[in-house]
Design a protein around this ligand. Sequence first.
Ligand SMILES: Cc1ncc(COP(=O)(O)O)c(C=O)c1O
Length: 314
Amino acid sequence: MTMPAITRNILDAIGNTPCVELNHIVPDGCARVFIKLEGLNPTGSYKDRMARSIIEEAERRGDLKPGMTVVEATGGSTGSSIAFVCAIKGYNFTVVSSDAFAEEKLKTMSAFGATVDIVHSPSGKITPQLIPAMRERAEKLSHGESFYYADQFSNSDVLVGYGSLGRELLDQIPEGIDAFCGAVGGAGMAMGVARVLKQKLPDVRVTVLEPASAPVITKGHGGQHGVEGIGIGFLPPLLDKHLYDDALAIDEAEGRAMARRLAREEGILAGISTGLNVVAALEIAKQLGPGKIVATVACDTGLKYVRGDLYTGK
Ligand SMILES: Cc1ncc(COP(=O)(O)O)c(C=O)c1O
């Protein structure tokens, strides 16, 4: 095994994450299942990939210049990643978030120097109104020439960042990938990866996932849930019908139980959306059967959730 070369810029530590096969939780008679360990990115989430592309594409176009303030509405993963990139590049960052999201994420954004503005969630849950309310506030805060609104939900620059994840999967699984699945929030990851995979493997089946209690894609209505990062309450503008084949709604409790199994049986400490990804990957692996390969993603590190009830639940 070769050691990675010295990295002069910590931004170059983004990506090139390991891809491992799930060895213990995949039942007999199923396809093989591979998972990218995105929690090994610098802030512990695949969002580092898109934060870099959001900022650098805006710089390249001249939309973002030194001295400007970046503004974004985020549950905290994107915010932590943008705060990290802004810290390195010297931009101020104002982030609109909510107490519905993990305290670890809110504190991480502050640690990187961001100004955190909280929209209170009375139920402590992610409701259909919450993300739109956060976006509205971010839009208000970003009026004026010295602000750049990152707008992750409508900004196609995020797809640039996730292209690397797709290319790494193709390199790491030279046998080919029969199916890929991923839970969607803004849908940047799933669409960015699908765009790359489908170009190289036109027959690959791409399945997008959402919480069963907030089935906007599968049933056309939102709902309350506790899966951070996904189920945003409206159809994500980046979701492109040409880039996915089907959509599955996954039970949140099953996803949470799977996150706990991943830790105990596979040694993968990841978040709740990852649990949903793996529930779906096993379902697809069962449908496809032996000889096929399913790939998915461990979106972030479970260290972001240790203060919550994810790992203490039954
Ligand atoms: C933990 C987690 N999982 C999944 C997602 C969904 O990713 P995307 O917005 O690219 O669909 C996010 C996005 O915020 C996230 O934070």
